[in-house]
Design a binder for this molecule. Structure first.
Ligand SMILES: [Mn+2]
Length: 331
């Protein structure tokens, strides 16, 4: 039913814009690209553009290595449109500088795998599957339902999106695995996908990860260990590094001009045993501190117009309340 509506909306449009969350990751950018391809199959005369307010370093490297960098551009404004697709995002607050360019009166389609938020536009056609590991998986399901077989290039993009968001299939359902098998049968290559994602870390990313561990403050929360740190770039990667080192939960700040980006990562065990959803906690923290945030159970970020110290103390208080235990600083 949703597929029929999508077909109708795409066929009726003449200027279509596809966008995603700020700091777009590999899944976001490759899903936008495949949506663009899918749309041009449905409506070959429409003008279709992909604009996001900027992609992260890994996504940039991946689109360059796939030779599709010219198809997805960074921008501060959205061109005139009569249909907008939000891909890998359902909360317009997460669109960065583009959020004020979106009109809620115009037709909108959401294709996403994040938890819906209170800001999710209610009138939009939402193709949303929270149980999918990646938007690329939602898109794979959608194409199967629409009887559109992905080309080899599209299958490769979807496979890379799935591998990226599932941390190389360290999570997923039996459907995820069936989708992976299907994409391989469409010509995607697992070894090439892994190679595309295994781009060596840059010098500055290595330094950011090492500095984050050097500066880390360690806290206990019941049986759990929390690591808190700050860096000047690569805050998400630094938080992941702290979890890899042994923290159950890590949060790393990056002070930008007049706001702070806070990224948190949690171990699988922490998420499973506590039931904490970091995306929800970041959403709550942002709501309390007039910022915007969200993400997944074990990986989430927020952008907040306050100082690092306030944000970290807000984050620790939230976690302490959530688990009903005090946070204690360790020497
Ligand atoms: Mn995603």
């Amino acid at each position: 039913m949703k597929e029929v509506l999508l077909l109708k909306m795409v066929k009726e449009a003449s200027k279509i814009v596809i966008t995603s969350h700020q700091n777009s990751d590999v899944d976001a950018v490759l899903s936008c690209f495949v949506v663009k391809k899918l749309i041009s199959k449905i409506n070959s005369t429409a003008i279709v553009s992909v604009v996001t307010s900027g992609m992260n370093a890994q996504a940039r490297k991946v689109v360059e290595s796939l030779g599709i960098a010219s198809e997805v551009r960074d921008g501060d404004s959205i061109p005139e449109y009569d249909l907008c697709l939000l891909v890998d995002v359902n909360n317009p607050m997460h669109l960065g500088s583009l959020r004020d360019n979106i009109s809620y009166d115009k037709p909108m389609i959401i294709i996403d795998h994040h938890r819906p938020s209170t800001n999710t536009p209610s009138k939009a056609l939402a193709i949303l599957d929270e149980n999918a590991v990646a938007t690329a998986e939602v898109l794979c399901d959608l194409m199967i339902n629409m009887d559109v077989r992905p080309s080899k290039e599209e299958a490769q993009c979807l496979l890379i999106g799935i591998l990226s968001d599932s941390r190389r299939l360290s999570m997923g359902t039996s459907k995820t695995m069936r989708n992976v098998a299907y994409l391989l049968s469409c010509g995607a290559s697992l070894s090439e996908a892994i190679a595309t994602l295994s781009i060596p870390m840059t010098y500055s990313e290595k330094i950011a990860r090492l500095k984050a561990s050097q500066r880390a403050l360690i806290y206990s929360l019941g049986q759990w260990i929390i690591a808190i740190s700050n860096v000047g770039s690569y805050e998400a990667s630094a938080a992941r590094a702290l979890v890899d080192l042994g923290a159950d939960l890590a949060a790393v700040c990056n002070e930008l001009n007049d706001e702070v980006r806070l990224c948190a990562r949690a171990s699988e065990e922490f998420v499973k045993k506590t039931g904490v959803h970091l995306g929800e906690e970041m959403d709550k923290l942002s709501a309390l501190m007039s910022g915007s945030g969200g993400g997944h159970a074990g990986a989430a970020c927020a952008t907040i117009p306050k100082g690092c110290e306030d944000i970290i103390s807000g984050f620790l208080t939230l976690m302490s309340n959530r688990l009903g235990q005090p946070v204690k600083k360790m020497d």
